[in-house]
Design a protein around this ligand. Structure first.
Ligand code: UD1
Ligand code: CA
Length: 465
């Protein structure tokens, strides 16, 4: 079962589209504080790009359109967000200007517009649903803003409330007075806006502020000036953290990992040291799986019931079936399929290869582009030589076969069912079923030769000495 709730919101649930809702996700910012060549929103969190987290949360509301605003040349972001459309913000002149860049993509749309930031990845669909609902709540506000009270309000924009508890304006930290800086209610950046008013409000935003940018946050004050209502919906600050630096990325990772660990245990897995196990959002664990300390699950891993993942294993794109044992110190790479009850031991690397039920590779091996038949035994130090510098080739090991230690299987090659390969062999031709194959040089032996050798040598050295 998937690790709810974090995984749940990425499950692309099929829902009816909501014709009255569109979402704009801002992702064109330079992300300067990340000091990275990679666009900020593509930095991975629990194995998924930041922006993909936001999209997944939004998708559960089934908006009619999703538009991601990117900077020119961000084709890598466009690829990640496809099939959703992207709009290009020519110059990064602020969040209001960025929303404006989505205008053409929303032509003809008059419903509610949800604005989100691509760098706020922990937002949940429940919170978004509550925010959208506020638009039709008391006073029918034209703008509903998601607020939070983080332990450290830092440089977030501050939400200034009117006496009646409605939202009066948002001030950016750099533009705030000392009294406003003391406000602990902060802007998460997420808002739901009446689509019939949004672009008219944006057009009135100026760049007369500390950063010389067009702030989206100004639309609140502008809406009030026009007699429109604005409201705040408060949500958990942990869910609304914005990622601007590597340190904040690490904080968010810690929050997500804690959630995933908790979910894994709640679903029936034992984590002996939860803090040292790292999951991806899509990791799926069965019942009674035991995970020892220091295990990393990269994306695409499914683990069956009763499997045991031992310490220091690194697993990516692999399927581990019921009752299998992995590690300690195993590396499973994409396309590894470990069958029921099979064993992959220490310093064994498996890539694009299947170990069928009960097969064993317990020590020091590389198994790539291969099938290891049921109950076959792959001895210590066996290598499938799958690559000649140009092409990959397959190795097929039959059921019940026994591969002696330190064997090189030069692919393409087949070892038949029940065959035995002698230790230290280099196998480059197919081995028939139940045959013995060995390429070992014959064993030569000279009785007492060593003793005579030592006698000769020591006599010579005495003469000299
Ligand atoms: C913004 C809010 C602040 C809020 C904080 C929450 C504004 C003016 N400020 O500040 O009130 O507390 O988020 O995390 O909105 N972007 C563009 N184009 C631009 C500028 C930004 O697409 O020209 C995108 C960025 O890629 C990012 C998002 O908008 O995804 C937010 O921009 P960022 O510069 O991080 O805003 P903050 O200073 O964090
Ligand atoms: Ca930000």
């Amino acid at each position: 079962m998937p690790l709810t709730p974090f995984a749940k919101r990425l499950s692309h649930e099929v829902a009816m589209t909501s014709p009255s809702l569109a979402a704009i996700i801002l992702a064109a910012g330079k992300g300067t504080r990340m000091k990275s060549r990679l666009p900020k929103v593509l930095h991975p969190l629990a194995g998924r790009p930041l922006v993909a987290h936001v999209i997944a949360a939004v998708e559960t509301l089934a908006p009619e359109r999703v538009v991601v605003v990117v900077a020119p040349g961000m084709t890598d972001v466009a690829e990640v967000v496809a099939p959703h459309q992207t709009a290009i913000q020519t110059r990064q002149r602020g969040t209001a200007d960025a929303v404006g860049a989505a205008h053409a993509a929303l032509s003809g749309f008059t419903g509610d517009v949800l604005v989100l930031y691509g760098d706020t990845p922990l937002i949940t669909s429940e919170t978004l649903t509550a925010l959208v609902a506020a638009r039709t709540g008391p006073g029918q506000p034209a703008v509903a803003v998601l607020g939070m009270r983080p332990a450290d309000p830092g440089a977030y924009g501050r939400l200034v409330l009117a006496d009646d508890g409605s939202l009066s304006e948002i001030v950016e930290f750099r533009d705030a007075t000392p009294e406003q800086k003391a406000i602990d209610l902060c802007n998460s950046g997420v808002m739901a806006v009446d689509g019939a008013r949004l672009f008219e409000l944006l057009a009135a935003v100026s760049d007369d502020n500390a950063k010389g940018e067009f702030y989206l946050t100004d639309i609140v004050g502008l809406a009030r000036e026009r007699g429109l209502g604005c409201a705040v919906v408060e949500a958990d600050a942990d869910e609304l953290i914005g990622i601007n630096s590597r340190a904040e990325l690490a904080e968010a990772e810690a929050i997500v990992q804690n959630g995933l660990r908790g979910a894994a245990m709640a679903e029936g897995a034992t984590l002996r040291d939860p803090a040292s196990v790292f999951f991806s959002l899509d990791t799926v664990l069965g019942r009674d799986v035991v995970v020892d300390p220091w295990v990393v699950f990269e994306p695409g891993v499914v683990v069956g019931d009763n499997a045991h993942i031992r310490a220091f294993s690194h697993i990516e794109g692999a399927t581990i079936e019921a009752g299998a044992t992995i590690g300690p110190y195993a590396r499973l790479r994409p396309g590894a399929r470990i069958g029921p009850g099979a064993r992959v031991g220490n310093f064994v690397e498996v890539k694009n290869a299947e170990l069928e039920a009960g097969a064993k590779a317990d020590h020091l091996s590389y198994i790539g582009d291969a099938r290891v038949g049921s109950d076959a035994n792959v001895g210590a130090g066996t290598i499938t030589c799958n690559y000649d510098g140009f092409d990959k080739a397959r190795t097929d090991i039959g059921s019940g076969a026994f591969i002696g230690s330190n064997t090189a299987l030069v692919a393409p090659v087949t070892v038949g069912d029940g065959a035995i390969v002698g230790a230290g062999s280099v196998i480059s031709r197919d081995v028939p079923e139940n045959a013995l194959a060995l390429t070992r040089a014959p064993h030569a032996e000279k009785p007492l030769w060593a003793e005579r050798f030592r006698g000769r040598k020591s006599a010579k050295h005495k003469e000299k000495g």
